[in-house]
Design a protein around this ligand. Structure first.
Ligand SMILES: [Zn+2]
Length: 220
């Protein structure tokens, strides 16, 4: 056998060794090319809820940027409604309403495969805790997205609340594309407040939310 034949055989052998890996990679690319809009709640003069060291608008943006990075690393095309400490309002009168309207318009104009709005919850009772996902019935996929993410997170965390239908939110009534609102925890609860400030927890939460979105797109 001459050395060229040997080289060809060796190459073929190496190629077949690579095959299962290639197949596995393709199967895992559920997010490749998916257009996702991430909406960090509040911003600018609207700081959202606050408790202790947490100001909602700031932590929403931190989490959204981590989510952007994770989704992008898996092939998704990600847009953010805001990238800085500002809202989307173009008016001074009815600023909040105009901000929400413009967020919905931004999402509709892009017409993504999915949008995720990210907020933090707060209430007067410090015992309320946990991440909760809200969905509207505007798009029939919304409930499925909420359930898929919630079921997945439930396997990893003990503080996940049941999904909740809510058609009353002004902003989400206008959004036609599939998506949900994630309230990542109650900052009025000492335990949630502590966890949400830990970078390890933030990173774990973001990876798991991304896994869950990937699972939603999995075709099996
Ligand atoms: Zn909020």
């Amino acid at each position: 056998m001459n050395k060229y034949k040997l080289l060809i055989i060796l190459c073929f052998f190496l190629f077949t060794l690579c095959l299962p890996r290639v197949t596995a990679t393709i199967k895992d690319l559920n997010l490749l090319g998916k257009v996702i809009v991430l909406d960090a709640g509040h911003g600018g003069p609207d700081q959202g809820a606050s408790s202790g060291q947490i100001i909602e608008k700031d932590l929403n943006l931190i989490l959204v940027k981590k989510l952007e990075k994770e989704l992008t690393s898996r092939g998704a095309i990600v847009y953010l409604t805001r990238e800085n400490d500002d809202d989307l309002s173009t008016t001074i009168v009815n600023r909040k309403r105009n901000d929400l309207y413009n967020r919905a318009k931004y999402i509709n104009d892009i017409s993504p495969n999915m949008y995720i709005s990210l907020h933090l919850n707060s209430t007067t009772s410090p015992s309320w805790r946990g991440l909760q996902i809200f969905y509207t019935t505007q798009n029939k996929e919304n409930k499925k997205i909420a359930s898929t993410i919630t079921d997945y997170l439930n396997q990893h965390f003990s503080n996940i609340r049941e999904i909740k239908k809510d058609n009353t939110y002004y902003m989400y009534k206008f959004i036609k594309t599939p998506g949900v609102l994630i309230e990542a925890g109650f900052i009025s609860n000492p335990s949630d407040n502590y966890l949400l400030r830990q970078e390890d927890y933030q990173n774990k939460l973001i990876v798991l939310i991304t896994n869950a979105i990937e699972k939603y797109y999995q075709k099996d």
